[in-house]
Design a protein around this ligand. Structure first.
Ligand code: GLN
Length: 304
């Protein structure tokens, strides 16, 4: 497959859509990013990497981190996790409160904010040094010691995170947060502030393309069964109330974040990460979605 040519073609074909969408500003620190950045990295199973644009620039991975915290939590407590968080698409925005009330504090899925806050609580309970241990986990999957939180972004989220605080308090009222609310939120704001490049993210997501085994290594980070479950959740819940649209247009398991990143996988073929900060009204990268749509169209690969 001529992936490099395909990436060049995609870069040409997305040009007409370049000014579309808005950068996230509700987290003030994210508003300081250049909205016209664009990077993509595709990492194939044969070890080849295809790259274009700002693929070596760090950005805030935001909600993409929810797949990584979920992976660490299921690798520690296995299927028991589903007692505290469901696996249904929500059809509501990522920071919605409405379903929590009538679903008795069980979030719809682990990839919306409420679900990720429950997963954060689980990690705070089981890890000795939660933030440090989470970083170690990501660094080992990615084989890169430079991966870190961005303290400015974490502080910015904390200063404006009223909705997340509301979600955490609501969850606590249903006894689905076991630790101190501020400690759990502190962990959550830090995981969202994680900075990675498209290259680092695509290497990390090879884990999900490879049934839970770290690519280039032999370590089975997630049992095969749980790796499959995480892919299923990405497919059905990875894009909040646009998960159907992403399945429809792209047809790959993936996850987006309000920093403008999207990571996706084609099992046993490749993982791909794309970054472009301008978002559509549902909080997903306009050019990111468009690029991946063109990628699956041009390669002819989709899990369907
Ligand atoms: N940190 C962001 C928030 O909690 C993550 C949202 C996202 O990327 N969709 O609002």
């Amino acid at each position: 497959m001529k992936y490099q040519e395909i990436l060049q073609e995609i870069h040409e074909e997305i040009k007409p859509f370049k000014g579309e969408g808005q950068i996230a500003t509700y987290i003030p620190e994210l508003a300081t990013v250049d909205p016209d950045k664009y990077g993509i990295c595709l990492h194939c199973f044969d070890g080849q990497e295809y790259t274009l644009g700002d693929y070596e620039e760090k950005f805030s991975i935001q909600s993409i981190s929810k797949v990584l915290t979920l992976s660490l939590a299921v690798s520690k407590i296995g299927e028991r996790i589903w007692e505290r968080v469901d696996v249904e698409p929500s059809g509501d925005p990522f920071n919605s409160l409405v379903q929590l009330e009538y679903e008795q504090g069980i979030p719809r899925n682990p990839l919306i904010n409420s679900g990720a806050i429950v997963v954060a609580d689980i990690l705070v309970s089981i890890l000795d040094d939660p933030k440090e241990d989470f970083l170690k986990f990501i660094r080992s999957i990615c084989g890169n010691e430079s991966i870190n939180f961005n303290p400015k972004v974490a502080a910015s989220e904390k200063a404006t995170g009223f909705r997340n605080a509301a979600l955490a308090n609501m969850l606590k009222s249903f006894d689905n947060i076991k630790n101190d609310v501020d400690t759990v939120l502190d962990f959550y704001f830090h995981q969202c502030s994680l900075e990675m490049t498209c290259q680092e993210l695509s290497r990390t997501f090879l884990l999900f393309a490879n049934h839970g085994t770290q690519y280039g290594g032999t370590e089975q980070i997630l049992p095969r069964r749980l790796g499959k479950r995480i892919n299923a959740i990405m497919q059905t819940c990875g894009f909040y109330d646009e998960a159907g649209e992403f399945s429809f247009r792209v047809g790959l398991p993936g996850k987006s974040g309000v920093g403008g990143g999207i990571a996706a996988i084609y099992p046993q073929q490749y993982s791909v990460a794309v970054w472009s900060p301008r978002l559509n009204p549902k909080g997903n990268s306009v050019l990111g979605m468009k690029s991946l749509e063109l990628l699956t169209t041009k390669t002819g690969y989709s899990i369907f």
